[in-house]
Design a protein around this ligand. Structure first.
Ligand SMILES: NC(=O)c1ccc[n+]([C@@H]2O[C@H](COP(=O)([O-])OP(=O)(O)OC[C@H]3O[C@@H](n4cnc5c(N)ncnc54)[C@H](OP(=O)(O)O)[C@@H]3O)[C@@H](O)[C@H]2O)c1
Length: 273
């Protein structure tokens, strides 16, 4: 069946609203875009709507070239009125992802892409882990206790697969983790032997029922747009034999909330200095 994540969603919303109400002023999230395409613009509109609902100020800044980014990101990082910064794709071609995210102050890197924030995960000290990885962990913990469970992650990106593997390996979370990728042999054999499978490969409906054992928990991270429709990486028929997160309305919805929650956390941390 498809998992109902509404109670998890509502509890995070309530927690954010309560924390915002205790701050002296609304936290501010700055979105930085570089030549946004249509899907980025629609993503920004939905982030803005969500921020407003939660009492978070939202502002969009444009940086057309790498040289603009190199001025704007340090400026926003030292701006006391800004609590969180997030950077949309695509980036200008003359700056790498690593170079760009390194220009954001780690204390305002609410997406968790700065090398310091990624490094903190290795020390079992996640402050701002990547939002999608954290969203997946929240969903798994909402459904079951991951301790001792066999969990396979399909996909090894810096934003999902790699940091999620570290979050699941943390002491206190204690999952037994396998990470697969496009060069993995016998993928179906590995996923079928897992109690929980997280799929983040970016290929619409790529994994069908033959990849999962009945009763497994399957977290579908994929967001693939085809003919104006959104599909996950997992074929929806998998819900007939497993507990499957829906797409849309699953991981993506929780990920947006985690970004907002990180912005509130950044504002709370700034008050302590
Ligand atoms: N829900 C959300 O909030 C959210 C957030 C971020 C991303 N996403 C979605 O999640 C998906 C993945 O995103 P990403 O940024 O992690 O993608 P990515 O950077 O393109 O990484 C894809 C990963 O999948 C692996 N892969 C590709 N085809 C495979 C196959 N047939 N079998 C096994 N592994 C395969 C790749 O292996 P190699 O490393 O060997 O190439 C790579 O590690 C996309 O649909 C994206 O839109 C959703």
């Amino acid at each position: 069946m498809f998992l109902n994540l509404e109670p998890l969603y509502s509890s995070i919303v309530e927690n954010i609203k309560e924390r915002v109400s205790k701050l002296p002023k609304p936290p501010k999230l700055a979105a930085v875009t570089c030549q946004p395409d249509l899907s980025t613009l629609s993503y920004l509109r939905s982030q803005e709507k969500q921020a407003k609902r939660l009492g978070i100020e939202f502002a969009v800044y444009e940086a057309l070239k790498a040289s603009d980014l190199k001025l704007l990101l340090p400026k926003l990082s030292s701006d006391d009125t800004v609590n969180g910064i997030f950077l949309t794709h695509p980036l200008p071609s003359d700056i790498s992802e690593l170079e760009a995210v390194s220009l954001i102050s780690p204390e305002k890197d609410v997406e968790g892409r700065h090398p310091i924030n990624l490094g903190n995960i290795m020390y079992d000290n996640p402050i701002f882990p990547p939002c999608t990885a954290e969203a997946v962990l929240r969903i798994i913990k909402y459904v079951t206790n991951p301790a001792g469970k066999t969990i396979t992650i399909v996909g090894r990106s810096v934003t999902v697969g790699k940091p999620l593997s570290m979050l699941l390996l943390q002491k206190g979370v204690d999952a037994t983790v396998t990470v697969c990728h496009s060069r993995t042999k016998n993928l179906a054999e590995i996923t079928r032997n897992s109690e929980i499978v997280v799929v983040a490969i970016g290929k619409a409906k790529a994994l069908g029922k033959e990849y999962f054992s009945p009763g497994a928990l399957v977290i579908d991270v994929g967001i693939n747009v085809e003919n104006n429709e959104i599909f996950g990486d997992v074929d929806p028929s998998v819900a007939e034999i497993c507990d499957l997160t829906p797409v849309p309305g699953g991981v993506g919805r929780i990920t947006t909330l985690v970004l907002m929650e990180h912005t509130v956390k950044a504002a709370e941390m700034a008050r302590k200095y």
